[in-house]
Write a protein that binds this ligand. Structure first.
Ligand SMILES: [Zn+2]
Length: 170
């Protein structure tokens, strides 16, 4: 099923038992926590499908891909990062069930029968963010050792550290 928007939550048992599949866009306004770390660009998409082997765990598998704008940690200019990940969730209905879940599955706690889809997807998106986003090569005039006096707001934090070290060493 292609959806105009991913539902905020869905009925976990029905989704699994019907082996439903949902595919929809990742809309920036739905992912506020993510927005604190990076700017989600339009065009992202996620697909999830429910399944269950007899007596097995309730599984939601799928994939997501999107692009986000972050700040390059080398030149402090915007850099676009491509995020792509696969989803392997095991739905659990209690903390106890969580402990006995297959290790290969990421536990997602179902509350009052609902799978909080967007929240779980947002967790995946946050995990995909690089810790040190950087351009492959910064081509906007950044130099590792700026001339003294050439202090601008865009000065690299590494250059500031280097300058501090030099001061301490002298
Ligand atoms: Zn850069």
């Amino acid at each position: 099923m292609f959806s105009d928007t991913l539902p905020e939550h869905l009925n976990a048992n029905r989704f699994i038992d019907a082996k439903e599949e949902i595919s929809g866009p990742l809309e920036p306004q739905h992912y506020k926590r993510f927005a604190e770390m990076a700017t989600l660009l339009p065009g992202g998409r996620a697909t999830v499908r429910g399944s269950r082997e007899p007596y097995g765990p309730r599984v939601v598998s799928g994939e997501l891909q999107c692009e986000a704008s972050m700040t390059c940690q080398r030149c402090l200019q915007p850099v676009t990062v491509a995020l792509e990940g696969s989803i392997h969730w095991g739905l659990v209905f209690s903390e106890r069930e969580m402990q006995s879940l297959d290790q290969e599955l990421d536990p997602i706690l179902v509350e009052e029968g609902q799978l909080f889809l967007r929240q779980a997807i947002e967790d995946e998106m946050v995990l995909l963010l690089p810790i040190m986003p950087m351009h492959e090569s910064c081509d906007n005039g950044w130099t590792p050792d700026p001339e003294p006096g050439d202090v601008s707001e865009k000065e690299s934090p590494f250059a500031v550290l280097a300058a501090l070290k030099n001061e301490q060493g002298s």
